[in-house]
Each structure stands twice: as structure tokens, then as C-alpha cells.
Design a protein around this ligand. Structure first.
Ligand code: 13P
Length: 339
């Protein structure tokens, strides 16, 4: 493990008000996204879409890192230039999703545990050789009647910590992602309590496995009421609740908290990040940034629809979302930027 390199990479991911673009949809997930717009599902259509994203002019002005999927890290532009080279030439750090997906947990109906530790050391070595400098592992926690169980939280936290230790051994910065889903009618208070418990358990496990906190990134959910909760809350309330939860649970040694968007609209994801940075500017030990998938890609995908004639417009939409979130990191985002 080269500690200095790990720390430098983790710091670079949150530097200069930039954030991460998650484009690591697995085969099943990208199919869901393409199906929405009747885009054909082939290796070539996925490659074309990823080429559109990665060749967006000036993407590196706002984006510090991109997370790729196994298929994507092996792909190239039409002219033969590897995606990894396109990314690094744009001044962006390549990352890779390394988990094998959240699977039904034995004995725990409606709960999931993320798989992928078997053979992970070998896969990380290969990805590092291909140029990946950070990685992502997503654990999924569902709020419902009597869940999440302690068993689910502990199993996922343990796997996240073992993954993170293996990443650092390979010289790769682990992005630790415990996602508490927005689905459900639970209140914001319940999301707060569950997020707090999950993060405490995750950091306990990270410490047990000897993970160097300065050389990792946390990718959490925001603290929000469930999608079908009858009491929705304002942007500032989300910002205050979310930051309070993280102040209680995330050690100051962690360089960055980079949120997932989790199905929030693009505008809300920017507004909420903006409010956190505006209200707490200069008062927080870690950078508060974004690692959005849908909240950056969705407008671009809805414009592209698989048509080459729409590429430029789609890239403009992708760049706008990246810029809005870069502004939100500085508390300078406003609805006027959307025009
Ligand atoms: P969303 O921002 O679409 O939730 O995706 C982020 C991600 O990487 C989920 O694992």
C-alpha cells in the first residue's frame, strides 16, 4: 500500500469543487435506463452512449472522477482510443465498480447483501494495471416494517470494510457506499436513525479491518423522508438533517463525502447539495460533494435516445448538470443556471 498515493488520490477526487460522475451501471441497470427511451440494448449502443459521455467537451472542468463498469473499462472510442486514455487525457481520474451486486440475503426476506469478495484481490490488481485509481462497492439497505435488521447492517458493513482493505492493499482508493433506499413511506426521522446506525457500524468495521480513513471516500445517501411519506420536507431541512447525521458519524479524517442521487430529480439533487454547502461553508471537516449517476445523466439520456444527431445537445445537457453540481459545491447554484 502506498499511503501517500492513496491520500493524494482521495484528496484529488474532492479538490477544486469537483465531483464524480457515476456511469457504472451494470448490464441490468443500463437496460432499465435504456428501456425508458426505447434505446436498443447492445454492446455497441452501450459503448456509443459511454463515448458520448466521455467525449463531452470540458467535462474535466467540473468532474474529478468517473466510475466505470467492467465492460466499459475495456472499451474504446470508435477511433480506437481506449476510454481510460480519453478519461485521463481529460484530467479525470478513472474508477471502477467492483461489487457483484446486491443479492437476496438468506433468512432475511426483503433484505440484501452485496457479493463480490471472492477473487476481488485478483480483479483489483487487473483494474489497477488498466489504470483505475479508485473503486466503488455499493451496499443496499431497505427501510420497512422491522427492517433493516442488525444482521443485514452488519453483514453489509463487514463486506464494505473487507472490500476497502483490499482496495487500499492494491493502491486503489475505496469509495464506500452504504445506500439507504428512498423507497417507502418512512419519515425523515427514521431515515436519520437508520443512516446514523449504518454509518456507525460501517466505520466500526472499517477501523477493525485497518482501513486508512484518509485514503477513502464515503458515498452515502442524503437524509430524506421516504418517497411516499406523507410529510415531505424543504431543502434546508434536508441539508441540516443530513449534515447533523454526518457530523455525528463520519470521522474528520475522511477527506470527502460524495453523495449518490438515489433517484432524486436532477434539480433537487443540486439544490440540496447547494444548501448543505451554503449553510455549513467553512464549518465542516470533510468536503461535501457529489457522485451522481441519474441526477447527472438523466437529461442527457432523454435527449440522446440513441440518435447520433442528438449527441451534441445531450453533451450540453450533461455538462450543464456537471456545472450546476460544481456550483452547488460552492453554495453558488441557483435555478437561473438551469436556463
Ligand atoms: P445514482 O446517483 O443514480 O443513485 O447513482 C449513483 C451510484 O453510483 C449508485 O451506486
Amino acid at each position: 500500500m502506498n499511503k501517500i498515493e492513496l491520500i493524494k488520490t482521495a484528496q484529488a477526487l474532492v479538490a477544486n469543487h469537483k465531483g464524480i460522475l457515476a456511469m457504472d451501471e451494470s448490464g441490468g441497470t443500463i437496460k432499465k435506463r435504456f428501456d425508458l427511451y426505447n434505446i436498443s440494448q447492445t454492446e455497441e449502443s452501450r459503448r456509443l452512449y459511454r463515448e458520448l459521455i466521455l467525449t463531452t467537451p470540458h467535462l474535466g472542468d467540473y468532474i474529478s472522477g468517473v466510475i466505470l463498469f467492467d465492460e466499459t473499462i475495456r472499451q474504446s472510442k470508435k477511433d480506437g482510443t481506449s476510454f481510460v486514455k480519453v478519461i485521463t487525457d481529460a484530467g479525470i481520474i478513472p474508477g471502477i465498480k467492483v461489487d457483484k451486486g446486491a443479492k437476496a440475503m438468506a433468512g432475511h426476506p426483503h433484505e440484501k447483501v452485496t457479493e463480490g469478495l471472492d477473487g476481488l484481490r485478483g480483479r483489483l490488481t487487473e483494474y489497477a494495471q488498466m489504470g483505475a485509481r479508485f473503486a466503488k462497492w455499493r451496499a443496499v439497505i431497505t427501510i420497512g416494517d422491522g427492517i433493516p435488521s442488525k444482521a443485514c447492517i452488519e453483514a453489509n458493513a463487514h463486506a464494505l470494510a473487507r472490500y476497502a482493505a483490499l482496495c487500499q492493499e492494491a493502491g486503489i482508493v475505496p469509495m464506500v457506499e452504504p445506500e439507504i433506499l428512498m423507497n417507502g413511506s418512512h419519515s425523515m426521522e427514521r431515515c436519520f436513525t437508520v443512516t446514523q446506525e449504518v454509518l456507525r457500524t460501517v466505520f466500526k468495521q472499517l477501523n477493525k479491518q485497518g482501513v486508512m480513513l484518509e485514503g477513502m471516500i464515503l458515498k452515502p445517501n442524503m437524509v430524506l423522508p421516504g418517497l411516499t411519506c406523507s410529510k415531505q420536507v424543504g431543502v434546508d431541512e434536508v441539508a441540516v438533517g443530513t449534515v447533523q447525521c454526518f457530523l455525528r458519524t463520519v470521522p474528520a479524517a475522511v477527506p470527502g463525502i460524495m453523495f449518490l442521487s438515489g433517484g432524486q430529480s436532477s434539480e433537487l439533487a443540486s439544490e440540496r447539495l447547494n444548501a448543505m454547502n451554503k449553510l455549513f461553508m467553512g464549518k465542516l471537516p470533510w468536503g461535501l460533494s457529489f457522485s451522481y449517476g441519474r441526477a447527472i445523466q438523466e437529461p442527457a439520456l432523454s435527449i440522446w435516445r440513441g440518435e447520433s444527431a442528438n449527441v451534441t445537445k445531450a453533451q450540453e445537457a450533461l455538462l450543464l448538470r456537471s456545472k450546476c453540481n460544481w456550483a452547488a459545491r460552492q453554495g453558488k447554484y441557483s435555478a437561473a443556471m438551469e436556463k
